[in-house]
Write a protein that binds this ligand. Sequence first.
Ligand code: SF4
Ligand code: SF4
Length: 433
Amino acid sequence: MIAKARHIELPAVLLSHQELEEAPLPLFVFLAGTNGRCASYTLDVKEGDHVKIGDKLGMRKGPFFEQPIISTVSGTYLGIEKHLHHTGKTCDFLKIQNDFQDELSSLCHERSEEEIASLTKDDVLNIMKDMALVGLGGSSFPSYVKLQGEHDIHTIVINGVECEPSLASDHRLMLEHPHEIIEGVKYLMKAVGAKEGKICAKWIYKDLESTFSSALAGEEGSGVSYCQVYNFYPQGWEVACIKSATGIEVESGHLPAEYGVLEYNVATIYSLYLAIRYGTPLLERYVQIHGDGVVNPKFFKVRIGTPIQDLVALCGGYTDSGKKKRLIFGGPMMGNTVNSDDVICSPTVTSLLVLDEAPYKADPCVRCGSCVYSCPTHLMPVLIASAVKAGDKAKVKSLHPERCVECGLCAYACTSHINVTEFVRRAKRIAKL
Ligand code: SF4
Ligand code: SF4
């Protein structure tokens, strides 16, 4: 059952209507060797090698998968440098000196309509693998894994909900590339035999409603439709989005595919379109640099691999408020706070929120139950926090913290300003030991 959580109604986001700037191509581009999911890698290049867009430079090694490292510029490979992943982890990055020629690899192969029409499910799965497609809603989970199951799929749900307050990257992508997204959905529907493809966004975005109404003219009979969902947080959570789009409730511990549904983020579908149609990797993302801690907040189109410091500089740097800055990658609810801006724009980076740090003090828990009432996965965060504090592992496990989707609502709702979510995160780690 989906919880009757106390959802947060959200204001319309205006940032996506802010003028979009094309960030200048950087002189040096950095591509993750290791990242949040892959602890090691191998290299196919040596220092001084010339590389092109789409060239495979090596292979990341995940716990049960491998993922090619693909160049997003042409230029010269210079070696490995340490920088931060947006999760705050220090990782190895391949450094490429850009030659600004944007030469395309011979591996990038544009497909004809006939070739696309003949692609099987296995072909699409292999394209996803070869192009290192991942969940761009933030999970960075390898996209092909969802295609490995044998379940009959009747519906593809395309998640463009982006429900966290202040985020606007997917909204912008949907405004600018509706036809490519519709084509991507159709490719995927054909590959898995789905009859329906539902492109979901919040009802509050009237501009998207008219954009897709026009873009879908002539697509009657294709099975692709535009679906307006609620404007609350966490409507972008996979389970909530599927429920709104199809009426299907995915029970905890089960996969959407067991119900005949696959769910993909809208940017992932766009990257699938590029991979199938042009044989190219995703090269750019829309990235917001915003918050009261930057001089001139901006919205950029950014080449993947660009240092975030370059973007902050284009915003005029940080405000001189005398306060420490808090850097959050992602939204204010689920984003990662990091200690430094030495972060590289990977495919899943869409927002840096810079806030002036406010003095913060938690009060004792008053057992008000707000955190329980707010939890969309029916957990009891207050009890989990108590069990963590008491070091009671058996109790922690019995409260099923693994069901937490880290939405942050329990901390947001806490009347005593306790970071309850952080306790639940710790509980998840304890429960795994
Ligand atoms: S962060 Fe986890 S425990 Fe807290 S409300 Fe969200 S799902 Fe529930
Ligand atoms: S919301 Fe905060 S104060 Fe209320 S029960 Fe939960 S932890 Fe305690």
